[in-house]
Design a protein around this ligand. Structure first.
Ligand code: CMP
Length: 139
């Protein structure tokens, strides 16, 4: 089915001027950018967005990293967009990511892994609503 998912181009990638190259890989992977903006998160926003991870040992490091530079948040649309996006991104740990994936190509480490993508339909809905109003979504 035609789905939407939420994507972030993370600070390690925006810093290295990889926004266009990563967006091209998403588009070549069958995804359409239906909303996009470059923002810099506050610490409170990063902590709220990653709230499910707040008990993890890497939580503080993750939030500090995510506010260290601007990010690009996007809504991607396509057939089975959630799973498709996860294939195009590759595994969370770049050492385990398949050849040709975004993380294999660009990620620096498990933390500085260039992109985020929603892990399921419920989180996709929540994450899109966290960053975008209905008016900003143009199919
Ligand atoms: P993301 O998909 O944005 O969701 C949670 C993030 O936590 C994940 O990508 C990783 O970048 C980060 N993460 C997961 N495991 C670790 C770890 N061991 N050390 C640092 N960051 C991590």
């Amino acid at each position: 089915a035609l789905e939407r998912t939420f994507s972030i181009i993370k600070p390690d990638a925006t810093k290295r001027n990889l926004t266009g190259k990563i967006t091209a890989m998403l588009e070549d992977g069958g995804l359409r950018v239906v909303a996009s903006k470059r923002i810099q998160l506050t610490l409170a926003q990063a902590q709220q967005f990653y709230g499910v991870h707040k008990e993890r040992p890497f939580f503080d490091e993750l939030c500090e990293f995510m506010i260290s530079e601007p990010i690009v948040v996007q809504v991607l649309e396509g057939e089975n967009a959630i799973a498709r996006n996860r294939e195009v991104m590759g595994a969370t740990n770049p050492a385990e990511a398949a050849d040709g994936t975004i993380r294999k190509t660009f990620a620096l480490s498990i933390g500085e892994n260039s992109v985020h993508g929603s892990d399921g339909p419920d989180t996709a809905k929540e994450e899109i609503a966290f960053f975008f109003s209905g008016l900003e979504l143009v199919g």
